[in-house]
Design a protein. Sequence first.
Length: 178
Amino acid sequence: MAGTYLGKRKIFNVAIGGIYQLNATWHLNNNGTAYQPMQHFAVESFLDMPLNTQKGSAISAYIGYFNTNYGSNYLCYNGIMNPANGTLLNATNSLTGNKTGNEKGKFLPDVFSTLAKYDKLNGLYMHTINIGVHYLINGQQAKISLDLQNRPVYVVENNTINNNGRLNTLTMQYQLFF
């Protein structure tokens, strides 16, 4: 799903939300089944504004704080859900059907950071940093992305989890939007 209007709209949005559910998760312990509550809280903001309409430049920014707690030692990655929308590819929504011949590709840089604290890491923080660039083809019908991620590495030494430096991952992808 497209994450920006590429400056075609002026949007500023702020959202705050949360959820609490008693006995939402469970695990087995020495006494049998133990239940724990699920507690989530989030504050997020999205900005999409044109910078220079003649050049077609825009700013698209998203920032959020998410505190997701499913209970002790429960690890769940909350990521993008299935973006399928049931549309069919045809001449009006395909790459060739929409192309008028005078569109130029656009570059969209991005910076992403996650700071997390997991019970299993005994107080150590998991801080990842991503820096990337996307080349948008024909609006957002297709894109080529290059992403560099820097993340910590942990090792277990004498039953203690220790930080063992950082590693990088370089990812390149091609994506089609229908």
